[in-house]
Write a protein of this length. Structure first.
Length: 494
């Protein structure tokens, strides 16, 4: 019994099962190949797409050389002659594009940004000239400019080694060449048929007819050229003139312009002249009566200069006066604060004073140092627990003590004023008698706490200060205010 050994190849299986089948198939394939070769050998040799003088591609008449692209090595057996030519042209264009890309890359690698204005600069004399110009414009001395250039070169080299963008210039890219369009190439089948018909009719024409047609074409071209020259202005003036709107400053190519009929160049000259006069017009103002003379304008300029000087001096005086008023207001505020402090001290002396004053309806205490400094009631020396008698009511004596401490006038015209006048005649202080006489003459009236009313002239209402700090370090509360006076102060604050 015969043992059949099988492997992965199907031919062994076929040969083992039916040995004659493989022989038949081989004979058929050989016959087919021979028949194909016979048919191919009958065809004419293909036209070579190579140029004999081309240094890149060597001329060859063998059919096998055209089956492979000599540049990229691609198999071209399945392509016809036109597609092989297109493939070769595209390979050549791609090679030129790569060569240009390599040149641009070398130029880009040597490019460096300006250390002053950051403009990308290629290698060459232009780089030095630009850097010197930037240094002069930005007032950079030569040594500092050289240090900046050296630093920028080091930074550029480091970034280029690390594959980082070392300049602000755009990286060059591969730009394949575009196929140029054929002049007169038909865009549709109908246009192609028309061109074919024209070519056939031209081939059937005689030479004389062809010459006449060429002369007609030349005449037509010359006429078109003359018309263009007329529009430009070399011949007759144009029939239409472009008038551009002056309000459009940045006019683009697609801006709409007006076409106005012009019969003569004089209109264009007048338009240009009017625009020139409008741009360079005089800025003098004209009155209704006519133009001003130079003397009047000069006189007016002098008057305006004097007025400006007077206004400037007035502004300076106003500024100085405002500054003086602010200083005076500050000083008055400080004096008023000091006056309130001494008034509070007088109110405190009514309880803690070392001198007792006997009045008609009671007793009031006061500080001896204020009486010694401002009055003659205690003489030159004050004794301990001294006593003083004044034949006046307690309210009058209290007003007198307040005037002694802070010189505030807080009494009304009438009996209180007369009592103050009597005390001033006996004990002082200086100026109190004259104040009482003046109050009687101006008819002043006391209208509340810290406010003196004038019948003829109304004054402002001062605010009541808070507790005042005395030099001893203790806080002195303000004096007790009657209810009526509190209402007046509250209204003043509102």
């Amino acid at each position: 019994m015969e043992v059949i050994q099988l492997d992965d190849d199907d031919d062994d299986f076929i040969q083992a099962v039916n040995p004659t089948a493989l022989r038949k198939s081989n004979s058929q394939s050989v016959q087919a190949v021979t028949s194909k070769d016979a048919r191919v050998s009958k065809r004419p040799p293909p036209i070579s797409t190579r140029i004999a003088s081309d240094p890149i591609l060597k001329a060859s008449t063998s059919f096998s050389d055209d089956d492979e692209c000599p540049i990229c090595g691609r198999d071209l057996k399945l392509l016809n002659d036109q597609r092989r030519t297109l493939h070769l042209n595209s390979c050549l264009d791609e090679g030129e594009a790569k060569t240009d890309l390599d040149k641009n890359m070398e130029k880009w690698k040597s490019t460096m940004d300006c250390p002053v204005c950051k403009t990308p600069l290629a290698a060459g004399p232009f780089r030095s000239a630009h850097i010197k110009k930037c240094g002069r414009e930005h007032a950079i001395n030569g040594r500092d400019l050289l240090n900046l250039v050296n630093t920028q070169e080091k930074v550029t080299e480091t970034r280029r080694k690390r594959a980082l963008p070392h300049t602000s210039a755009k990286t060059p890219k591969l730009r394949p060449k575009k196929v140029s369009k054929l002049d007169g190439e038909p865009k549709s089948m109908a246009e192609e048929e028309i061109l074919m018909a024209k070519a056939l009719s031209a081939s059937m024409m005689d030479q004389s007819e062809i010459d006449e047609e060429e002369e007609m074409k030349k005449k037509k071209e010359e006429e078109e050229k003359r018309e263009k020259e007329k529009v430009i202005g070399e011949g007759v003036s144009p029939q239409f003139t472009r008038i551009i709107n002056d309000n459009i400053r940045n006019r683009r190519s697609y801006a709409v312009v007006e076409l106005a009929p012009r019969g003569c160049r004089c209109d264009i000259i007048e338009l240009i002249q009017s625009r020139f006069l409008r741009v360079f017009r005089s800025r003098r103002k004209v009155l209704k009566g006519g133009e001003k003379t130079r003397e009047e304008e000069k006189k007016k300029g002098e008057d305006e200069g004097k007025v400006k000087e007077m206004l400037a001096e007035g502004e300076k005086r106003t500024g100085r006066r405002a500054q003086m008023e602010a200083t005076m207001a500050n000083a008055l505020a400080r004096l008023d604060s000091l006056s309130w402090a001494y008034r509070n001290l007088a109110a405190e002396g009514e309880q803690k004073g070392d001198v007792s004053i006997e009045c008609r309806d009671g007793q009031i205490r006061a500080f001896s140092w204020s009486l010694l400094a401002r009055t003659t009631a205690l003489g030159r020396l004050a004794e301990e627990n001294a006593k003083l008698s004044i034949d006046q009511p307690t309210t009058v004596v209290r007003h007198w003590l307040q005037y002694v401490h802070c010189a505030r006038v807080e009494w009304a015209v009438g009996e209180e004023n007369e009592g103050m006048r009597e005390i001033a005649k006996q004990h002082g202080p200086e100026g109190l008698v004259e104040e009482c006489v003046r109050m009687t003459a101006t008819r002043r009236e006391y209208k509340g706490f810290g406010r003196i009313g004038v019948v003829m002239e109304e004054d402002t209402v001062p605010t009541v200060p808070q507790a005042t700090t005395v030099s001893t370090g203790s806080t002195v509360p303000p004096a007790e205010i009657p209810e009526e006076e509190q209402e007046v102060v509250q209204l003043a604050e509102e």
